[in-house]
Design a protein around this ligand. Sequence first.
Ligand code: NDP
Length: 284
Amino acid sequence: MSDRCYRSELIGLFGYPVDENPTVVIMEAAFKALNLDYRYNTTSVKPEDLDTAVKALKAFNMKGTHITVPHKIEVMKYLDHIADDAQMIGAVNTVYLKDGETYGENTDGKGFIISLKEGNIDIIGKHVVILGAGGAAHAIAIELALHGVESIIIVNRNESKGRELTSRLNTYSKVKTEFVLWDKIFSIPSDTDLIVNATSVGLYPDKSKPSIDYNTLDKSMIVCDIIPNPPQTPFLDEAIKAGCHTFDGFSMLINQAAISFKLWVGEDAPIQAMREALKKEFDN
Ligand code: NDP
């Protein structure tokens, strides 16, 4: 006889499509580093099955799940509780269970802010340009606004999505906002402190870069690209050429996963082990 526990704690990732998402690599590295009997399961969930999949979290007594494209907005209607900032962002990327109830959080923007803090970047009073108005742009814009930036310009091709984000910023914060329709090459205003590429331009296998006038980059500007694959994008290459301080998408990916990890496991994430695992995965 043995009193060993043969049951592992379960965490999911619900998306569709989801096969190419590498988050399992960093999460499994974290469990191994802390010697935890947890499993992170990348799960293909079709939109019409999302309701059932969320119910399954309770039925399987899971710790929670990451939520990715295209479920981040839709999932909100199936959850018992939603954190205030996830409500402001209008999307959830992390669900955890407590006392049998589901809680929705959004750790994307928080992970981005931690990356800047790790780089000793002070964002209070800064002027920001965000390229894109999708889910990630929403999370980053709201968190930057809540953390005291002075102004945010949203640049996007799709006007209604861009205006929806600026109106959200006006509703939930005092940040000065402006929407710029991205129908021609965008020139970065000279007083910009921080530029964020939150579009999917440059995501593998795309090798293009956002349509901006790269001559308007100045070495005083901090340039971030949230594309995680490849971490060094053509956009960041241009920023480095212009002498700018840059941040890549790896740090945001790790930091958002680390916050989610703590919500699920209750312990600080072993960030160094996670970073090394991701680097090894992409170096191969
Ligand atoms: P969405 O699909 O919600 O948004 C995509 C955005 O990219 C939209 O604003 C879209 O503009 C814009 N876009 C797409 N193609 C172009 C183009 N050719 N020119 C100009 N704009 C374009 O995606 P997400 O916000 O969820 O993700 C965006 C990127 O961020 C992805 O590459 C994703 O991998 C990355 N990401 C990284 C994370 C990290 O931790 N590092 C976390 C989350 C996301 P329009 O509205 O006009 O179509």
